[in-house]
Design a protein around this ligand. Sequence first.
Ligand SMILES: Nc1nonc1C(=O)NCc1ccc(Cl)cc1
Length: 222
Amino acid sequence: MKVDVLTLFPAMFAGPLDESIVQRARKTGALDLTIRNLRDYTHDRHKTVDDRPFGGGPGMLLKPEPIFEAVEDLAREKTRVILLSPSGRKFDQAIARELAQQEHLLLICGSYEGFDERIREHLADDELSIGDYVLTNGALPAMVIIDAVTRLLPGVLGDDESSHEESFSHGLLEYPHYTRPADFRGMKVPEVLLSGNHAEIAKWRAEQAKLRTKERRPDLLD
Ligand SMILES: Nc1nonc1C(=O)NCc1ccc(Cl)cc1
């Protein structure tokens, strides 16, 4: 999968995507990621990317020209152009699976007070939010989406790593996990997990996942 990110803050991407699973996916070629500076698509001396809103109001908006020019330069026939902003549909594991099927994603990081509406109307295929809170810009949302999607690409996760995806994809929260020691300062591991009775263990885990989901995320049970 090819992913291009359009951002005003390329330096923010150094680090999280150069480690662990995403780094491995980039090395094997499963993920071809390029972080692109929106200012490279300006032509004035000040590299202007934002301007005041017509009709007044606080803050600045991302101008249409640099973004239209960047998308027209980078997009191909199968590119999915995605705006990142609090106004988007809520990103979740189902959407991560949907995006993992795409050949090319072009993520446009929102910032300031938002985008000129013509970007939404005439350029974007989708708009996603990672949650109902206001961040400084779209860099962290882009990294969250890249992380979640990359893990779903073929060959990226080893067999013993993908268990995490499966359990969450059942739409339930994880059951409790324990490892050695069996008794830590008197805090004991549930007996069933030491019993070797795999049917009982599976039953206990299913019950715990459902109980935990009911307590913390009843919405997932609807
Ligand atoms: N939450 C989020 N999910 O995706 N992106 C965000 C986010 O806060 N982006 C920064 C931002 C904040 C305000 C405006 Cl108007 C536009 C973009």
